[in-house]
Write a protein that binds this ligand. Structure first.
Ligand code: UTP
Length: 215
């Protein structure tokens, strides 16, 4: 199978060497073809908010975010030492495993992963994040927030709206990614990525900690 993973920056940027090593081992030993898009996480947020305080505009802030995603991608790439592609076309032309960060301003790495999944005709898109699924409202704020085991892409799109709002904004799956997932009917799984076994469960069609997006 061809698998695209959006590996949240919050999952990888905690400088947990053991996790990164295990993740790399899993990718290299698997029979599947992997495309990994790494997110910006903490360093992206910190640099973006600092640059915002200096007066940088939104496009420039996105560019800073992209650099942070590539920096995180370089951590995982330590175990592969391949070229990190900077566009979807370049990624598509490479043989897997492919490790990359963001591409251009105006969206998140989830959207990059969705575009890549569409272009390589991936069997599955895994959004590996630091929450255990999609909720009807923010579980950190609302104690009675309800988690979805499955959610239709239509319902999700109603929840997230239709625009890319602001650099560094933290939503589980951004609107642009949702639009691509919907348009290309990509089988997508939002998974608690801090446990690599949960990523494996989603890949192998077993029960997993997270939410399936029904397209
Ligand atoms: P991400 O938003 O994709 O990483 O990129 P993340 O969301 O911090 O990782 P998790 O999911 O929370 O763990 C960080 C920022 O970089 C810019 C955006 O500003 C985004 O908010 N970016 C990233 C782009 O403009 N284009 C890209 O292709 C990727």
């Amino acid at each position: 199978m061809k698998i695209v993973i959006s590996l949240g920056g919050s999952v990888i940027s905690e400088m947990n060497g053991n996790y990164i090593k295990k993740f790399a081992e899993f990718v290299s030993s698997s029979e599947h073809s992997f495309y990994i898009v790494v997110g910006g996480g903490k360093i992206a947020r910190e640099y973006i908010s600092f640059a915002r305080s200096l007066g940088a505009d939104e496009e420039y802030l996105d560019r800073i975010g992209i650099m942070a995603t590539r920096l995180n991608a370089m951590l995982l790439n330590t175990f592969f030492m391949k070229k990190i592609p900077e566009t979807i076309e370049e990624a598509k032309s490479m043989s897997p495993p492919v490790i990359m960060g963001g591409t251009e301003p105006g969206h998140s790495t989830d959207a990059v992963a969705a575009m890549l999944a569409r272009e390589v005709k991936a069997d599955k898109l895994i959004i590996a994040t630091n929450v255990d699924g999609i909720y009807d409202r923010d579980p950190a704020v609302y104690k009675d927030a309800k988690k979805f085991d499955r959610i239709s892409i239509n319902e999700l799109r109603k929840m997230v709206g239709d625009k890319w709002n602001m650099a560094g904004k933290n939503v589980v799956v951004d609107a642009i990614a949702c639009r691509i997932i919907d348009g290309a009917k990509i089988k997508t799984f939002v998974v608690y990525g801090k446990e690599i076994d949960e990523i494996k469960n989603a890949i192998y069609g077993r029960e997993f900690k997270g939410t399936e997006i029904v397209v």
